[in-house]
Each structure stands twice: as C-alpha cells, then as structure tokens.
Design a protein around this ligand. Structure first.
Ligand SMILES: [Zn+2]
Length: 246
C-alpha cells in the first residue's frame, strides 16, 4: 500500500511530513523534555473558527456572561465526546486512575482554572480523584517546554497513572511541560484529552493540503465572532488538539 502523502502524527494528531509517523513539533519537544503525551482530542479547530473562539473566550472574555455560556458549551461538547468516544479513548490511552487539568498561564499560586469547572461538569471525568498541578515560574514558549513550569501540588493517594485534560493543543509545549511535572512526581501519564486540536492550515502548503484531506473542506476563514457556540464545531472523525498558549 502506498504511504499516505499527508500523514497524521500518531502522537498529537496534527499534520506530519510524508514518510513520518510523528510530526516535527513532537520530535522537537521530545528531544527537549522527554515523551510528548499522546493526544485524544474532541475536535480540530482552526484560526478564528467557532471552537477556537470558544476555547479562548471561556476563560478570557471580559464578559462574565459569555464566559459562562462558552463554559457550558465546552462542557456539553466534552460530555458528548466522552460518552460516545470512551472506548476508543481508553483504547488509545489505556486506563488511568486520576485526572489533572493543565493550568494555563503562569503563577505560583494555585487557582481554580476555568477548565476545572468544565471538567467538574462531566461526570465520567469528575468521578476520578484529582491530581492538581500549579504553575511555577518556568516559562513555556512556542515549541519550548520547561521542566520548571508546573509542579504537582496535590497527589491522590495511590495514584499511579493520570489523564491530563487541556483546553487546546497547538504545539504541545504546555502539555509536555505538565507531563514532565507529573512524571517527576512519580506518576505515569496516560495521555492528554484536549477539547480542541488547533491547526493553522495557512502555516504551510502541506498543512493546507492536510486540512483539506482530513477535514474535507476549505480552511476556516479568519473571522471574529463574539458569542459563538462550539457545539456545532467541526467534530470531524479524527481529532487534533492544542496548547494553552505555546
Ligand atoms: Zn505530533
């Protein structure tokens, strides 16, 4: 069988170069900070589309009402996904015995991330003991993970294997940094469940062809939406993810 000319990275579910099973971003991250966590994503998003808008504005919108609406929309989306895709998800990641939300931003004071409220509303995830991560001074940048960006501040008794949950996966630097912190605490990382796998089709001609091949349509238009709902977002058959800011 001929090789797929537009393969999908087996780790992060983004576009990979022909002849490769992993993408350049995952290889670069792994070379710096060890294994990149395997991604399961609810949906792929592109620049400015409804899901991309939702995963930003549920935490960043200046309007409290919009933050609540977007949080509810993300919760519905995540709930629907885990109910319908539980078995494939466990098949890809294996089992876990605790769940941890990846904090966004930096700061040494553990604060309740809006993602926590989303996950708390999804019974299939909320039933697991919670491993808590807090941001530390280490700086995560684009494709530059940091060993000192996070630390484990609460470890459930007997926890051996954790599922990370993040809102968006872009290059994976944030989630890879979080995974490093979890492993440093002696806990295995099953993988990361992301709500949105961000891919910019305009980033390269190959990304544009990959998007067209795997998402069956034109790349998302760059447009601004102030009150969009992600529930109708591109729940394509496969999944891609992000990074809370790197
Ligand atoms: Zn990758």
């Amino acid at each position: 069988m001929p090789a797929d000319p537009l393969p999908t990275c087996v780790v992060c579910l983004g576009p990979a170069a022909a002849g490769w099973t992993t993408c350049w971003c995952c290889r670069r991250l792994a070379a710096q900070l060890g294994p990149v966590p395997t991604v399961v994503a609810v949906a792929v998003c592109g620049p400015g589309d409804r899901l991309h808008t939702a995963v930003r504005r549920y935490k960043d919108s200046p309007a409290a009402q919009e933050r609540r609406e977007q949080r509810r929309a993300l919760r519905r989306l995540l709930q629907q996904f885990v109910v319908t895709q539980w078995r494939p998800m466990v098949g890809r990641l294996g089992r876990w015995d605790a769940v941890a939300c990846v904090p966004s931003g930096r700061g040494t004071v553990p604060t309740r991330h809006p993602l926590q409220a989303v996950v708390d509303g999804v019974p299939a995830l909320a039933r697991y003991p919670r491993l808590e991560l807090a941001g530390q001074p280490g700086r995560v940048d684009h494709l530059r993970p940091a060993a000192d960006a996070f630390s484990v501040v609460r470890l459930p008794p007997g926890c051996r294997r954790v599922l990370l949950v993040d809102d968006v996966w872009t290059t994976g630097a944030t989630a890879t940094s979080a995974a490093w912190a979890v492993r440093a605490a002696g806990v295995e990382v099953a993988g990361v469940l992301v709500v949105a796998r961000y891919v910019d089709p305009a980033s390269s001609p190959r990304a544009r062809r990959w998007w067209a091949a795997h998402h069956g349509g034109p790349a998302p238009a760059r447009r601004r939406q102030s009150r969009s709902q992600p529930s109708a977002a591109s729940t394509s058959s496969d999944q891609r993810g992000s990074d809370s800011g790197s």
